[in-house]
Write a protein that binds this ligand. Structure first.
Ligand SMILES: NC(=O)c1ccc[n+]([C@@H]2O[C@H](COP(=O)([O-])OP(=O)(O)OC[C@H]3O[C@@H](n4cnc5c(N)ncnc54)[C@H](O)[C@@H]3O)[C@@H](O)[C@H]2O)c1
Length: 319
């Protein structure tokens, strides 16, 4: 897929979008960034010095508007804006439909409808509780167990269809759990924040040893995305982007405690729901097969647990 010189990044003030924005600017590309600060932060936007190649548009992608003209002029859109909380669907069944499905359709309308290329931040949650581990991209049928996963699966369908109908190219990236600098949600962030407030006790959602999932560091994730885009062979490619290992929630707690230099921290497990999930929509075991990207020349440099350790240090330095 041709990525080009001019890139649109939706969700540019969020964790993954801001890291991508900084990377593209460092590579000398021009970036049009879109965000409405729903979960993102102004702090994450590039400094004024870098801003000569950066145009920021404060806009809500769930509402069509002038921002779409700016996106239509970019070679490729990296669509990262979404409501990323996997546990929110039980209380609010609308939010992912609006933020993710309607939002994605509006971005596709600006980008792919103009024949521009599209990179989509999907998620391992589309697999639901897969019966095959590690789970490859061609696993099916896909039966998400949460509303966010359902919305991502719907978005994937829209990406594929828009690329076909309007002769664009697409890359659907199914991320494992991503960790690293500027992270502001997720279990590693949650543990660092709680332990900074109370270094003696840590509340952990679920039942010991908790869910077992694959974690990937943001730098590896971005390298994997670029490898997948540059070496795509089909009009629409789907890639798992993760590590070949897993880390349990207990291991994450141990890693964060050690990285913060703490000792004798009491773990207080909440018990969770449904035999150990942290919450109803929480997948118990996620392990992605990463052979497809490996065959395109990319492997994560850090293992799942090394990624968590590095991220714990980065997050701790930020909060
Ligand atoms: N972080 C992970 O572990 C992970 C895993 C799988 C998939 N993903 C996906 O990657 C993408 C980025 O996730 P993240 O972790 O950086 O989340 P994030 O919350 O840090 O970033 C999302 C950004 O999108 C913006 N946004 C949300 N709704 C918007 C709207 N209507 N209009 C404009 N901007 C809007 C937010 O303000 C925020 O800056 C999301 O699509 C998420 O579902 C993330």
């Amino acid at each position: 897929m041709y990525i080009g010189k001019r890139i649109a990044v939706t969700g540019c003030a969020g964790f993954i979008g801001s890291n991508l924005t900084h990377r593209f600017l460092e590579e000398g590309r021009e970036v049009v960034g879109i965000d409405n600060f729903f979960t993102g932060s102004r702090k994450n936007l590039p400094s004024a010095r870098a801003a000569t190649h950066f145009r920021f548009i404060e806009a809500d992608i769930t509402v069509e508007g002038d921002w779409q003209k700016a996106v239509a002029e970019c070679d490729t859109t990296f669509h990262m804006a979404a409501y990323p909380e996997a546990g929110a669907g039980e209380k609010d069944t609308q939010i992912h439909l609006k933020q993710n499905v309607i939002g994605t359709r509006n971005v596709l309308e600006a980008s792919s409808r103009s024949g521009r290329n599209f990179v989509f931040a999907s998620s391992s949650t589309v697999y639901g509780e897969a019966s095959k581990m590690p789970t490859a991209e061609d696993y099916g049928p896909l039966k998400p167990i949460g509303i966010m996963g359902a919305s991502k699966l719907g978005c994937e369908g829209y990406v594929a269809a828009y690329c076909h109908v309007f002769d664009a190219e697409g890359a659907i990236m199914r991320f494992a759990n991503v960790v690293g600098r500027r992270e502001a949600h997720g279990v590693t962030f949650d543990f660092v924040r709680k332990l900074k407030r109370n270094p003696r006790e840590l509340e952990i959602l679920g039942r010991d040893p908790g869910t077992v999932k694959s974690y990937v560091h943001i730098d590896d994730l971005m390298d994997g995305m670029m490898a997948g885009c540059e070496r795509s062979e089909e009009r629409v490619e789907i890639y798992n982007v993760g590590t070949a290992q897993t880390t349990s929630v207990r291991e994450i707690a141990d890693i964060v405690v050690s990285e913060l230099g703490l000792k004798n921290v009491a773990y207080r497990w909440t018990g969770g729901v449904d035999g150990g999930r942290g919450w109803k929509e929480d997948v118990k075991h996620m392990e992605l097969a990463v052979d497809k990207l490996r065959n395109r020349g990319w492997t994560a440099k850090l293992s799942s647990s090394e990624a968590v350790r590095k991220a714990a240090g980065e997050i701790s330095a930020e909060i």
